[in-house]
Design a protein around this ligand. Sequence first.
Ligand SMILES: *Cc1c(COP(=O)(O)O)cnc(C)c1O
Length: 307
Amino acid sequence: MQEFSFDIPLQPIEDEITIAAGVKLFMLRTDLNHPYFGGNKFFKLKYNLEEARKRKKEAIVTFGGAFSNHIAATAVAGKVYGFKTIGIIRGDETGDLNPTLKFAMEQGMELHFVSREIYKLKENFDFIDKAQFSKSTILQINNSFIIPEGGANSLGIKGCSEIGNYITIPYDVICCPCGTGTTLAGIILSLDVAQKALGFQVLKGENYLQNEVDKWLHEFSSAYKSWSINEDYHFGGYAKRTPQLIAFVEEFERLHNIPLDFVYTSKMMFGIYDLMQKNHFQKGQTVIAVHTGGLQGNAGFKIKSKD
Ligand SMILES: *Cc1c(COP(=O)(O)O)cnc(C)c1O
């Protein structure tokens, strides 16, 4: 399979707060490998695409919300690796396509919109009947390789277990933002006994992610792995943001020239900075923050904030 050439730098981040905390902070810029097919979504798709190829599937079907990074990444992946892609999108189509969906379509992805009620049934066997697709669409879906929403499956976790390979220095703590928790699960698998993973939950809901990650790890051997999830920095829930978060993102970009997305990486970095100020990390520790990408989604915020 054609490989992407990767440039995933480990960027040191130093400012008044890191110095006061005595923390050596680095950001792993997985966002830089591709503007759309970058970040954690590349790692999640890698082995899914390989499996689709092995099974000689010509098309990939996947699922996502209208601003989904996973939809954008799958659309590019299909174009680059020669798969037809079909995106089943949550919510009815209303007027113009947003930048994410427009981009996906430009890559050749075929989009099918289903209501939120129907979308919820996507893991049920009779979903296809309920969604009332045309006969030819049903035939196509049945012959395709299906990747779950967000690329959240064991193959996705296997891919994410390779993120750590790009870290060329010894470190103590590795942080990533979490939606489904599969990226964190992959990262956990790559830890050595002295290292710790810290996930930042971007959705509301107590303990849900802890349980999810436990469930994901069940399929792998993960004894002696040290990890936890912080639930304090979701800012009201998925894709919610506040003036405080916006100000943080602007200041961080001004100081370090690193853009952050509003759904995931901004909340993790806000959390890491707050925890540094509360002396959560030990002095002298090396902390890695994984920039999981997602910047394509910021275009959607610009549109939403106009109306
Ligand atoms: C999808 C996504 C995540 C969440 O990854 P999970 O494996 O679902 O926890 C984090 N960051 C970005 C930028 C994403 O697009």
